[in-house]
Design a binder for this molecule. Structure first.
Ligand code: E4P
Length: 215
């Protein structure tokens, strides 16, 4: 399972990259708005910190505008994936951009039919937002299961990025289902490592270590 960090914060990316486990980064306009850096400069800096794909989002409406925006963004670095929302205009743009070899991450996916169309349009990635579905009393992880089944039925190569993750349980469930990628906020990434029994176990071993005679 690939682990992406869902942030535009350079310090968080540097920190998790130093763990040696970071496969990519996803951003969105909300995350970028917190960083107080010009968009293109921020994107270039993030792309310099990881070798895996960095998803950055287009904000145009119409297909022709999405296409020019995506082509321009894609020139900023070699490891970009361009996020396009799953709309009719977004699908038109995705079909064309994917045929040019640009990696598209179709985002704001909330239904299996949207994920099917994204794959048919040639998207390299789809991002179903499971936390936002949970927030409105749906079971977000069911959507991941449905998309997995559809993609397996037809051998689609589109990779599923489980997005809008809220807690470690989401990551574990996604891994049990066999989702390709989880994109994880920094706070949840830290929680994946932590366990109180590990901490108390280390403390006890250190105390007992001191009781061992040195000679
Ligand atoms: C994914 O690509 C999005 O950036 C993100 O996961 C959205 O998460 P949120 O619902 O916590 O905003």
């Amino acid at each position: 399972m690939k682990l992406f960090l869902d942030t535009a914060n350079l310090e968080e990316i540097r920190e998790v990259a130093s763990w040696g486990l970071l496969d990519g980064v996803t951003t969105n306009p909300t995350l970028c708005s917190k960083e107080n850096l010009p968009y293109e400069r921020l994107i270039k800096e993030i792309c310099g910190l990881v070798s895996g794909p960095v998803s950055v989002e287009c904000v145009s409406d119409r297909a022709e505008d999405l296409i020019s925006e995506a082509r321009k963004l894609n020139q900023l670095a070699a490891n970009l994936a361009i996020k396009i929302p799953v709309t009719i205009e977004g699908l038109k743009a995705t079909k064309i951009l994917s045929s040019e070899g640009i990696k598209i991450n179709m985002t704001l996916v909330f239904s299996p039919s949207q994920a099917l169309l994204a794959a048919k349009a040639g998207a390299a990635f789809v991002s179903p937002f499971i936390g936002r579905l949970d927030d409105v009393s749906h079971h977000g992880m069911e959507l991941i299961e449905q998309i997995m089944t559809i993609y397996e039925n037809y051998d689609f190569e589109t990779e599923i990025i489980v997005a809008s993750i809220r807690h470690p349980g989401h990551v574990v469930e996604a891994a049990l289902i066999g989702a390709h990628i989880a994109t994880i906020p920094y706070g949840v990434m830290e929680k994946l490592v932590k366990h109180p029994l590990t901490d108390s176990g280390i403390e006890k071993f250190l105390q007992d270590w001191k009781k061992i005679p040195s000679k």
